[in-house]
Design a protein around this ligand. Sequence first.
Ligand SMILES: [Mg+2]
Length: 249
Amino acid sequence: MPDIRAISFDLDDTLWPIRPLIERAETALHAYLARHCPRTAAAWPIPRMRELREQVAREHPQLAHDFTAQRLISLERALAGSGDDVAHAQPAFEALYLERNRVAFYADALPALDALGARFPLASLTNGNADLGRIGIAGRFTVRVAARERGVAKPERAIFAHTAAALGVELADMLHVGDDPWLDIDGAARAGMRTCWVNRDGSAWPTELPPPDLAVATLDALVAALADARLPAAAGPSGEPAEPANLPR
Ligand SMILES: [Mg+2]
């Protein structure tokens, strides 16, 4: 039975739903523009602004995982094209980002972080641009890893390896928890980690991928699945590390 000593968590759609968040954030951005830069707001309704960000992402593949940079470039372009002051880009982004970080956690998220954080070092591992400090949960993670800061994103091995190294554990001793079969589960498995797929909407597992080690509908189920795992307690008096937890299949 494989052992785990630390757990990494995806954020968006694992700890909170992302779609309503982005819709609120884009609405807040549009409201800022309507108030301060009405020409830009008129020329760039929300769907068109979204398309512009996607276009900017295609034009700047090096920014593929930096949604903040994509947004700022998009805003500067939209503002300039409408004859508005590009200095509005930063406060307009701030209007969006404020809402982007007003997350509504899934009901099981914080209790699971509490329960698992008491037993394992936790890492956050995201391709998104959530600000855990603003959200108020930065302190729950020993290590916080973001693709936009690392310049490499899930599913690439390097970002999983960085996370394990930052926690001081081997990849094989870690469990990665996430909702995306390709970015989270296949990526982590290829990196040599144990995996837990959070499948909240009852999706079918993609037949082309090897299955995850665990599949759960809620994080409560993950906590329950790990409940019998032995504690990876601190080194004993002899200096020998205690037994790590076993991951049930
Ligand atoms: Mg996700």
